[in-house]
Design a binder for this molecule. Structure first.
Ligand code: SF4
Length: 397
């Protein structure tokens, strides 16, 4: 559900078994756990979005081209969203393909697109260069376009109600593989491929496959690229980028100190450790109170209101007494304004015993939070029929 990774020493690839480390054990690595994308002989080519401008210039020079060409290619990639080197008319024709091969190698191929909500929700399944599958979901709302991206192929957090978690972790994505999902969405929007005509991609949420903070280094680099002004980056507003997490406390604190100013969403799903240990196995490592304290510190460090994501699961976590406990824990950490709760009707997963709460129960849960002065908005579940909503991204082709 979190569209929420480090630097283990495993190697991804077709011959690599999926690894699903027990979260408590994995969390000892503190920040990021999962095989990194393989380089070198490698399945995952280096791409300009993996590098800063100086690194891009070195890559251009290594390809036998003038260093400043790297800046031109970045402009085509980020600002003009031009993926055909034939359109790079400010670059000599003889250099275009060589620069494209060196700086913007193909990282993923669209395997399948599924439409829902009259075409305003598009789930793309992408095949990466080593065969791993990831998904992104583009959603058009009135006045804004949002893409939900994956940060890992699969997820190692093992949350029992989540389709992604059931399949285990294949590997971390590279920064460029994350950015490329956003650029692909921006192209779709700019080229008028959604009903209503061309627009500009506004929002990025890391709520696809994976736990973003478990792929910390790639996540932070990708976010920097997204918010760096064009032509060196995509130039998105930092307020319009949301990183979600199940509560990797050291990584939340580290993120707060990066100076990125992006939004944080904590997938809480239960206000008490007894239940949360069951719903979010990593809670056995970092408890509810520790996660909420880290969320509050994030707010204090960044000034960004934190979202608490709460999937409402029938007869599991949807009782009024739990809404009341959640409200009390949030209020104990500060007055209104630091936090916002988003209850989410659970998306059914095939073959799962977990299902959404009754509407009346959901209403009572929300009313309890509101009565205690907690800003609360039920989040919609776009893309439910194409398994494109939270907890449903399992990369089936
Ligand atoms: S298993 Fe699912 S809900 Fe849990 S962190 Fe991973 S993607 Fe999110």
């Amino acid at each position: 559900m979190d569209l929420t990774r480090p630097d283990g020493d495993g190697q991804p690839g077709e011959d690599t078994p999926r690894s699903t480390p027990p979260p408590a054990q994995a969390s000892e690595l503190a920040i990021g756990f999962g095989p990194p994308p393989r380089r070198g002989r490698a399945a995952v080519p280096q791409h300009l979005a993996d590098l800063d401008p100086a690194g891009r210039r070195e890559l251009a020079a290594a390809a036998g081209e003038r260093e400043f060409r790297a800046g031109q290619v970045a402009g085509h990639y980020f600002a003009r969203l031009a993926d055909d080197p034939g359109d790079w008319t400010d670059i000599p024709a003889g250099s275009r393909q060589r620069l494209a091969d060196a700086l913007t190698p193909r990282l993923m191929t669209r395997e399948r697109s599924l439409l829902a909500d009259h075409g305003t929700t598009v789930k793309d399944v992408w095949r990466l260069t080593d065969g791993a599958l990831v998904e992104s979901v583009l959603m058009r709302y009135p006045g804004r376009d949002t893409v939900c991206v994956s940060s890992q192929a699969g997820c190692g957090m093992n949350c029992p109600f989540c389709a992604t978690g059931q399949a285990g972790l294949t590997r971390n994505l590279s920064a460029a593989e994350i950015v490329e999902q956003v650029v692909a969405a921006a192209r779709s929007v700019a080229r008028g491929q959604l009903p209503g005509g061309p627009g500009r991609l506004d929002n990025v949420v890391f709520m696809g496959m994976g736990e973003p903070l478990a792929n910390y280094r790639a996540l932070v680099h990708a976010v920097r690229v997204l918010i760096t002004p064009a032509p060196d980056g995509l130039g998105l507003s930092r307020r319009h980028v949301t990183v979600s997490t199940v509560g990797l406390v050291p990584a939340i604190d580290r993120l707060a100190g990066e100076g990125l100013g992006v939004r944080l969403a904590l997938s809480l799903h239960a206000p008490d450790d007894e239940l949360r240990d069951e719903l979010i196995p990593v809670n056995t490592r970092w408890k509810v109170d520790e996660a909420l304290d880290a969320a509050r510190r994030y707010f204090e460090a960044t000034g960004r209101r934190v979202s608490i994501e709460y999937a409402l699961i029938r007869d599991m976590n949807d009782q009024v007494r739990r809404a009341d406990l959640l409200a009390r824990k949030l209020k104990a950490r500060g007055g209104p304004g630091w936090v916002h709760v988003n209850p989410i009707p659970l998306n059914p997963t095939p073959g799962s015993k977990w299902t959404a709460s009754d509407p009346a129960v959901q209403d009572a849960f929300v009313a309890t939070l509101l009565r205690q002065g907690i800003a609360t908005t039920v989040r919609d579940t776009r893309g439910r029929e194409i398994d494109g909503a939270c907890g449903q991204l399992a990369a089936q082709v």
